[in-house]
Design a protein around this ligand. Sequence first.
Ligand code: SF4
Length: 314
Amino acid sequence: MAIVHELSWSTSRARTFATCRRRYYNDYYLSWLGWGRNADPERRQAYLLKKMTRLPMFAGDIVHRAIVEYFARRDQGLGWTAEEATAWGVAELRRGYKESRDGGWKARPAKSVRLAEHHYEEERIDEASGAAGDYGKRYVERISACLQAFFELPAITAARDAEPGDWLACEEMSTFELFDTKIFAIPDFAFLDPSGEPEPVVRIVDWKTGRPSDADRFQLEVYAFYARERWGVDPSRTKPVDVYLESGELAEVEVNEASLEETLARIEMSLSEMKAVHFDADRSKGDPEDFPMVPEGDARECGTCNYRELCGRG
Ligand code: SF4
């Protein structure tokens, strides 16, 4: 069945919309159909830029995949130690780095690792000066610290040791409908905690490998909404939490009917803003001028953005 361009919503899409409209356009419109080798060159360029990652994101992805692997092995009655997971994670980081640096990504761009740091020849990835070694070491240490915390942090023992029969989700892409729109939600891990008082609670966990941000809390609130829609869970029995693995801190949100109403209103507002500029990318590339760039000199947004070459920034 052919994939059809449609408007959907997720917290990450909303975040992109709020930070830079041009990035949003590139991510969700211009890059559409760019996966074909004979695609329109502009769409193809945007698609390849979209597929790039950065070392911090790649390291975070590795930690998430290691945790998924831990649960997959548990489900099969197999063990995996912190040391084994860390060795796998560090090897994966090195493999991806080389794939990006040596051009191995070109054979299968959509499935390979291409680092924006290499694409833009950033100073931080310069090997001759030794900068790349220091930069890479930071993420080797991050992977090691995050996985060590996952295996040892007492505050997440209930998640780590949850019985497979109590698991509800483990990074599965899932959707539900709101305002006639598909809403994407991917909880990192959710399980029924039988120790809740006076009755079992549903714990929804997001593993974080970076520093806390305002968007994290909103994401948890959307998961609580998802739990009600998908599993029919009373909001008062939902306990969503962000686990910041590198620092060992946990941030839980309080869920009740009032907070869900607020979340619903925020989703509706975000969706209506997206609908106002939506067009069918199967039929045209639209007008990029309808999606303004952030002001020139916004180093925070443009400095590490994948689309710098399209915008003439950096
Ligand atoms: S380079 Fe800057 S203006 Fe262009 S898409 Fe990225 S953040 Fe937006």
